[in-house]
Design a protein around this ligand. Structure first.
Ligand code: UDP
Length: 327
């Protein structure tokens, strides 16, 4: 089997790429290296290109002739999407339309799409969300993910493609051997910020609000290890080959941890008592966002292996220490 991976040089993309190759799947990464890194490919094949350039993606697909596409490439910063919405509608929506056109033109009809829990916006209750919950994104990033899901659904209805959309909750952690991990220039995610604070890259960690309607007042999220996320893509590909298609799945563990709990665990694992201050709420943060993962477990037989905040933070910490040496 041959799979084209857009954004394979990025964080989740590179872990998925590694998992695909370990299964003997031939891959080609299509990436503009704007935020990804060539080292993250661990020697696998790269086609440098930008999805905004229709001719280039068409060429990559016609040369490689993949059986399926996994589409990670996107802009992913919520705050940036609020400040510069058009960038998100261009990079995410318009570029995905280019990719889909190039697939159609080359008779490639299977796609696994990186979606996000951001499509749910602020759920009405502190209950794990199901895929059938109302989708009301509250920022352009989430809007683009939802719009692409609608496009995929319409195209599937027209028998043009077969898709699986995976709605990620909070991806975190790194490869167990620290070969790859998160390496964004501007880290915004909680676990990464906490560990970089422990390393001394920031003088303090800010908690964005401690007056939410949760037991300790800080927001609760479903942190999922990136390797379990990667395996879900393999499950999705297999499913498409066995005729489970045109479905949307949450990927999370169904377990929530508060910002405070994550910080305590990060201090315990690093053995560093870094400074923490509480500041104003960040715009658009739901108090509670945890996945109901019944559907992916039942339909795709996805079995998570690393459902442990300890393991997630431990692997992220090992990676952070290695990253310091690389930079
Ligand atoms: N958060 C925080 N301080 C930080 C980064 C994040 O308090 O420096 C909080 C954030 O408000 C949210 C949770 O941690 O409640 C997870 O945020 P993150 O950006 O990691 O992921 P998101 O859930 O926004 O996708």
């Amino acid at each position: 089997m041959k799979v084209l991976v857009t954004g394979g040089a990025g964080y989740i993309g590179s872990h998925t790429l590694k998992a695909l190759r370990e299964e003997g799947i031939e891959t080609l990464t299509f990436d503009n290296l704007s935020t990804g890194h060539e080292w993250a490919l661990l020697g696998s094949q790269l086609f440098i290109g930008d999805l905004s350039d229709y001719g280039t993606i068409k060429k990559a697909i016609s040369l490689f002739k993949p059986d399926a596409v996994i589409h990670f490439a996107a802009s992913i910063q919520v705050g940036e999407s609020v400040l510069n919405p058009l960038l998100y509608y261009s990079n995410n929506l318009k570029n995905t339309i280019n990719l889909l056109n190039a697939m159609i033109e080359n008779n490639v009809n299977k796609i696994v799409f990186s979606s996000s829990a951001a499509v749910y916006g602020i759920p009405q209750s502190n209950q794990p969300v199901k895929e059938i919950n109302i989708t009301l994104p509250i920022n352009p990033y989430g809007q683009t993910k939802l719009m692409i899901e609608k496009i995929l659904s319409d195209m599937a209805h027209a028998n043009q493609i077969e898709y699986i959309s995976l709605r990620y909750f909070n991806a975190a952690g790194a490869d167990s051997n620290s070969l790859i991990g998160q390496a964004y220039k501007y880290a915004t995610h909680l676990i990464t910020r906490a560990l970089k604070t422990a390393k001394g890259e920031f003088d303090k960690l800010e908690i964005y609000g401690a007056n939410y309607p949760t037991p300790d007042g800080t927001c609760i999220r479903d942190y999922i290890h990136v390797d379990d996320l990667a395996q879900a893509h393999l499950s999705a590909l297999r499913a498409l080959n066995y005729n489970i298609k045109n479905e949307i799945f949450n990927i999370g563990y169904g377990t929530g941890y508060s910002v405070q709990e994550v910080i305590m665990k990060a201090k315990e694992i690093t053995n560093i008592d870094f400074k923490v201050v509480t500041v104003q709420r960040r715009e658009g943060d739901p108090p509670f966002l945890v996945a109901d993962n019944t559907k992916i477990k039942e339909l795709l037989k996805w079995v998570p292996k690393y459902d442990s905040l300890n393991y997630i933070i431990q692997t992220a910490w090992e990676w952070e220490k290695k990253l310091s040496k690389l930079q």
